[in-house]
Design a protein around this ligand. Sequence first.
Ligand SMILES: NC(=O)c1ccc[n+]([C@@H]2O[C@H](COP(=O)([O-])OP(=O)(O)OC[C@H]3O[C@@H](n4cnc5c(N)ncnc54)[C@H](OP(=O)(O)O)[C@@H]3O)[C@@H](O)[C@H]2O)c1
Length: 244
Amino acid sequence: METKQLALITGVGKATGIGLEVARQLAGMNYRVIITSRKQETATQLAGILISDGLDVVPIALDVTDEPMVKAVADQINQQYGKLDVLINNATLFPDQYDTTSVELADIRNVFESNFIGSWSTVKHFTLLLRKSEHPRIVNVSSGSGSFGGKGYSLVNPWRDIISAYSISKAALNAFTLKAALDLKPDGILVNAATPGLTATYDTFSDFGSRPVSEGARSIVLAATLPKYGPTGQFFKDGEVIAW
Ligand SMILES: NC(=O)c1ccc[n+]([C@@H]2O[C@H](COP(=O)([O-])OP(=O)(O)OC[C@H]3O[C@@H](n4cnc5c(N)ncnc54)[C@H](OP(=O)(O)O)[C@@H]3O)[C@@H](O)[C@H]2O)c1
């Protein structure tokens, strides 16, 4: 069985995204990191950036909405490494500004498939591997825009008009985090949600006071590296528990 700590991140689809920076930071902490994106060539190209810096990164294609593919990747990791220590559900369709009454229901379904059901699917199929870890952790990458009681932007204090399927899918992801944390507690698997905060992964975000990708990613890494028997069923930002 693999002796290094092994992490898998979903939705590592672009060089400026949070997923790749999370991979960089974890690999810098001596993790082997499997980065996954919908297309193999994207995963390979992005992994190449970190590999050329001497980091231990493995690219695999994974579309989280494709359940047979999720299961196949879990089987592949089981055969190659025999376990998984950290699962980070980062994949997201973003942003959307759907109006309640003019929205196409197909668009809502797509957002929920990627952001919510896709995360449930990876938890479902990777839990077998996480159970083989001595210190298993799941991080569901959420958003303050999906919180009910958070300070700053939230469901009740929306940022611009982006408070539609995206934010509501993150509220569902938060609820799922609570459920999975309870179900997986007997296995010692920590299940938490974490938000990077408004982060400069899109050019326009800098107009709204976004912070650097390294800082947003750090918030996710802190939740992914919680100590054994650490908190579970919580929502974190920068290592601090925040309101659902
Ligand atoms: N940036 C922020 O300010 C901010 C704030 C709060 C929370 N977050 C959260 O932080 C995470 C990363 O954000 P980001 O800004 O880096 O987002 P991003 O650049 O949009 O990256 C998300 C990635 O998810 C991928 N994806 C979408 N559907 C997928 C699927 N079905 N299977 C696999 N991958 C899929 C996309 O891949 P493609 O390239 O193939 O489309 C995209 O590259 C997200 O969960 C987001 O909700 C971000």
